[in-house]
Write a protein that binds this ligand. Structure first.
Ligand code: COA
Length: 157
């Protein structure tokens, strides 16, 4: 059974758990540095959400709300969610964790944009995400996938 999605706190335990994920990079390192330098407080909010199995973090994603004034994807222009770093640890894949995180993001009722990793296309298909018409200047080599809530369509560039 899949547990409740939790907003992750920035603390040493979370940052230690992040090391098990493949996409461990600048964002995680800079959170660790900020914690060590007391720039952020222990247990302050991070942009990450996660699912635990017992006390082990087994799935996570980052969600960031982009303001309407910067929206170049949706019609009518509006605040939307940028979803990235969705990842489920190998032994826990195919058990509904990925879906639970995406459904949590959808529950805000805002459009969602993501830039999927290779080979996850079928998963995003199932989650109802579709490609946008590629715009070289806007998308710059990304292949964004989006999810539209009712009443929202693609912004024509
Ligand atoms: C892609 C990823 C986020 C999906 O999360 P997950 O927890 O494994 O997926 P879920 O169990 O929530 O699956 C939700 C649905 O998508 C389907 N699905 C999941 N991964 C899939 C895949 N790679 N191909 C096809 N369908 C997939 C499931 O069958 C399920 O369908 P259902 O609702 O009809 O039962 C996760 O597997 C992951 O982090 N993978 C890392 C590596 C990667 O990107 N792999 C891609 C395949 S190589």
């Amino acid at each position: 059974m899949v547990n409740k999605v939790e907003k992750l706190k920035i603390n040493y335990k979370t940052l230690e758990e992040f090391k098990k994920f493949k996409e461990y990079g600048h964002q995680e390192l800079s959170m660790l540095e900020d914690l060590e330098a007391n720039i952020v407080e222990n247990d302050s909010d991070s942009p990450f959400y996660g699912l635990y199995f017992g006390d082990k973090l087994v799935a996570r994603m980052s969600l960031y709300q982009v303001k309407k004034q910067f929206d170049r994807y949706f019609e009518p222009p509006q605040d939307y969610l940028e979803l990235w770093k969705l990842e489920v640890l190998p032994n826990y894949q195919g058990k509904g964790y990925g879906k639970a995180l995406v459904e949590f993001a959808k529950s805000y009722g805002l459009p969602i944009k993501t830039n999927p990793r290779v080979k996850s296309q079928d998963f995003w298909d199932k989650m109802g995400f579709t490609p946008v018409h590629y715009d070289v200047e806007r998308d710059r080599g990304e292949n964004p996938l989006v999810w539209y809530p009712a009443g929202v369509t693609e912004q024509v560039q």
